[in-house]
Design a protein around this ligand. Structure first.
Ligand SMILES: *Cc1c(COP(=O)(O)O)cnc(C)c1O
Length: 458
């Protein structure tokens, strides 16, 4: 017999207790929170799959590195360890530390002066789109057409649509400020882009003289998929694939809360001297001095170590296999998921799961609330609650292209039995899905409404 179990490649030396809750307690918490899971206390959650962002467990080496953190205002040794690792990995000359990914986005789109211009992406993440629109720019998503069919098991649903890209880059009326390739594609299902697609998009942008950026939050997971799935890449190391991905780009934004394996942090990087000089000025104005950028020295050290640990192939094998394990379990109980399972999360296709709830009534949110009520599992709606609302240009209310419930898996936090539990909760929700109703919004802010809106069941 061959042993096939892939177990968590770590031991646990520090634990956080989970406080059990009853269904009645969870019903009360939902009502109090206006059916918005962002407003529920973490203590009232059993398995928290709201996000994989900043929720990972750090390693003993990272905690040790934090003790080495140099909190000098300028020129701290922590900064040099951080900068050196980012430069080694990405090849970018200019590295600007930021407190998280969206700060890098704000600085980038502000300095690129996207007002009146277009930013093209496979799919902009919510903060990316919001930052482009807040600066007066327009975001256009052109994912590969293969990504539309959530049930098709295509390996590269994170690809950008090259034909559409060529058309937009060739259209003089478009004024493209930059192209942002999100790897893996978070909002589109955590799906990877192929090296082939990255190479082609990079070449097209170079020819058109348009900067090609990576939203590189999950570069290591994407590189692992390339190693697993792409012809000619199986024998390369993840580090080598990742380096090539970055070297195809003119710059990158990064949230260290994902593949930085840290709880906070990020960076903005490029090789553009003039742009980087402007970005540093804005950084000083709003984030901090260029050798810390809104982070403590110890955070920079934790990220420097995290950026090495994340390309460890035993870690990545476990990471991707355990995500697939959740997807396989839910599918077995008749819960439709975006296929194939992505890197950091399983996305339930709420439109297919709850066809009796129209998009205007937020089927993804209905599924999210049901998972919480049934078993204290918190996921995140990625659909019309997140991406709908008023179009800033036309003023019309819009529905999202997809209605998803994302179950994101924190890095190195939960074990297989936690995931087995989530699968059982999915089974119970599926058994009662016809009783679920939609929602209406009773209170919402102008931007990023999903974080603070209040809802009521219909
Ligand atoms: C998380 C994320 C961001 C924003 O990063 P924050 O650290 O949350 O500000 C941007 N893009 C993608 C794809 C992300 O997943």
């Amino acid at each position: 017999m061959v042993i096939t179990t892939i177990f968590e490649p770590f031991r646990i030396k520090s634990v956080e207790p989970i406080r059990m809750t009853t269904r009645a307690q969870r019903a009360a918490a939902l009502e109090h929170a206006g059916w918005n899971l962002f407003k529920i206390k973490a203590d009232d959650i059993l398995v928290d799959l709201l996000t994989d962002s900043g929720t990972g467990a750090m390693s003993a080496e990272q905690w040790a590195a934090m003790m080495r953190g140099d909190e000098s205002y300028a020129g701290a040794s922590s900064w040099f360890r951080f900068r050196d690792r980012v430069q080694e990995l990405t090849g970018f000359q200019h590295v600007i530390p930021t407190h998280q990914g969206r700060a890098a986005e704000r600085i980038l789109f502000s300095c690129l002066q996207v007002r009146g211009k277009t930013v093209v992406s496979n799919t902009c993440f919510d903060t990316t789109r919001a930052n482009i629109e807040a600066q007066g720019g327009r975001a256009i998503d052109i994912p590969t057409p293969l990504a539309k069919d959530t049930q098709a098991s295509h390996p590269w649903k994170g690809d950008i649509d090259l034909a559409a890209l060529e058309r937009i880059l060739g259209d003089a009326s478009q004024q493209v400020a930059c192209v942002v390739h999100t790897i893996t594609n978070n909002s589109g299902g955590g799906q990877p882009a192929s090296l082939r697609n990255l190479r082609a998009a990079s070449a097209m942008c170079k020819k058109a003289g348009v900067p090609y950026y990576l939203d590189a939050c999950r570069f290591a997971e994407n590189a692992w998929f390339i190693k697993l799935r792409e012809e000619g890449q199986h024998d390369r190391s993840v580090e080598s694939i990742a380096r090539e991905m970055f070297r195809l780009a003119d710059g990158a934004t990064f949230s260290a809360k994902k593949d930085g394996l840290a709880n906070i942090g990020g960076f903005l990087a490029s090789n553009d001297d003039a742009l980087a000089a402007q970005e540093e000025q804005l950084l000083i104005l709003t984030e901090g001095f260029p050798t810390y950028g809104g982070l403590a020295g110890r955070d920079l050290d934790a990220i420097a170590v995290g950026l090495r640990e994340v390309v460890d192939e035993d870690y990545l094998r476990y990471r991707i296999v355990s995500t697939k394990y959740l997807g396989d379990g839910l599918r077995r109980h008749g819960v439709p998921i975006v296929e194939p399972p992505g890197g950091h999360a399983i996305y339930i296709d709420a439109r297919a799961f709850l066809p009796h709830i129209p998009q205007e009534a937020f089927p993804g949110q209905a599924a999210a609330c049901a998972f919480y009520l049934e078993g204290g599992v918190r996921g995140c709606e990625i659909g019309t609650l997140m991406f709908g609302g008023r179009d800033p240009l036309t003023g019309k209310s819009r529905v999202a292209a997809q209605e998803l419930l994302r179950l994101a898996i924190p890095r190195r936090v939960y074990t297989q039995s936690h995931i087995d539990y989530v699968v059982e909760v999915g089974r119970e929700v599926a058994a009662r899905k016809r009783e679920l109703t939609g929602f209406r919004i009773v209170e919402e802010p102008a931007q990023l409404r999903h974080f603070s809106a209040r809802l009521l069941p219909l």
